[in-house]
Ligand binder design. Sequence first.
Ligand SMILES: Nc1ncnc2c1ncn2[C@@H]1O[C@H](COP(=O)(O)OP(=O)(O)OP(=O)(O)O)[C@@H](O)[C@H]1O
Ligand SMILES: [Mg+2]
Length: 404
Amino acid sequence: MSALTPLKSSLGQPAEGERKYFHRPAVVKKIQRQLNNNEHLLISAPRRIGKSSILKYLKNNPASGAINLYIAVQSVDSSDEFFKKLFNELIKNAAVFKSVEQYLQGIKQNLKNYITRITDVEFSITKLSAKVTVGDSEPIDYYQECLAIFTALERHQRISIFFDEFPDVLTNIRDKNLAIKFLQQHRDLREALSDKALNFVYTGSTGLKNAVKRLDRLDLINDIYEIKIPPLTTIEAFELLSRLALGYAEYNAYFTLTEKTKCYITEKISWKLPYYMQIICSELFEQYEDDGIELTETSVDAVLTAIVRSNSTHADYFENWKRRLRSSFLEREYPFAIEVLNYIAIHERITAAVFHDLSVKHQVDDHHYVLDVLIHDGYISEDRQQYGFNSVLLKEWWYINVAT
Ligand SMILES: Nc1ncnc2c1ncn2[C@@H]1O[C@H](COP(=O)(O)OP(=O)(O)OP(=O)(O)O)[C@@H](O)[C@H]1O
Ligand SMILES: [Mg+2]
C-alpha cells in the first residue's frame, strides 16, 4: 500500500480539491458508468453523506471530451428561474457555446442577433462583454432557449448536468400544479433530447421520489435511474481518519491517533459518514491542543458526548434532521413521526405492531408513506422486522434533545 497523504479538514463546505476530498472511487465509478450508459440519474442520500463533494469531484474530473456542469438550485422557486439559471450555466461554458455558435452559423443566424434576444444574462465568454439589455424585446422563454442549446449540441458531445438540491425546487414552488408542470417540462426535455449524449443528474438530501409521490405523479420520473450513496466502509473510514490525523499533524506534529483509537471510532460510529469522521477528528484535535494529553477511547467517548449536546457546535446538523420532518409531513403525520422516533430513541427499536398502534393513535391513514420517508431519508432502517436509527449519534442526540 502506498503511503497515505495528509488530508485537510473541511467541516462546512463540500470537500473539494486533492488536499481536502477523500476519493470514493466505487461510488464515482458507478455514477460514471451510468452516465456513459446515457441514463438520467437520481442521486438521493441523507444530509452530509457527501453528495455535493462527489458531484464537485465529477465536475472537476469529466471523462475525456465530456462536459460536466454543477448547478446548485436550492433557492430556486420557479420554473422560469430554474431554466434561466441553467441557460446561464450553459452559455458560460466555452465548449457548449462553441457548439451553439457553429449551429447558428449552420442555419445562417447571426450570433449577435441571437444574443441580443436574450436579456439580463452575463456573457463572460462572448466578445459582447457587457450585459445586453433590449428595451422592448419579448420576454424570453428560457426553457425554449435551453432546449435550443441542447438541440444544437453535437450528437456525440457528452454533457452531464448535476442539479444539486433539486427536490428543494419542488418544495419552493409550493403550487401543486406548477410543480407538476415543472416536472413535466423536465420529462419533455429528456424525451426530446433522447438522441443526445446528455444526462441530467438530480441530487438532493430530501427524497425526490417522496416529494413526487405526494404529487401523485411518479410517472414523471420513472425514466430516471436511482443511485444510492452508501456510508463509508470500515476500511474507508479508517483511511479517512488516518489521513485527517496526518493533516492535523501538520499543525501539531505530536498529534496522532493510534490504530486502537481509530478502530474504536469506526466501531462506535455504526453509520460511517465522512462528516462524522471529520467532526470527531476536529474535536479530538481541539482537545489535544487544549490539554496535550494522549488520546484514548475515553477521549473519544467524551467527544461523542459533547457532539450530541444541545449546545454543541454541531447542533444545527442534528436540529436539521428534526426540522426537515416538518416539510416532509402533513399535519397529523408530523407528530406521529416524532413519536415514532422518540420511541426508537428510548427503546432502541420499534416493531411493525407498535408502529401501527402509534399510527392509529395519531389517526394517520397512510402510515406506509411515513415509514418510507423515514427509511428513504436516512433516519431509520430495518433489521429483522424491527426499525432502528441508522446513526448512533442521531439516536443519542434525539434521546437527549427531543425524546426526554
Ligand atoms: N469525500 C469527502 N472527503 C472529505 N470529507 C467529506 C467528503 N464527503 C463529505 N465530507 C464531509 O462531509 C461534509 C458534508 O459533505 P457534502 O456537503 O459533500 O455532503 P452533502 O451530502 O452534499 O450534504 P448536504 O445534504 O448537507 O448538502 C463536508 O463538509 C465534509 O466535512
Ligand atoms: Mg450538498
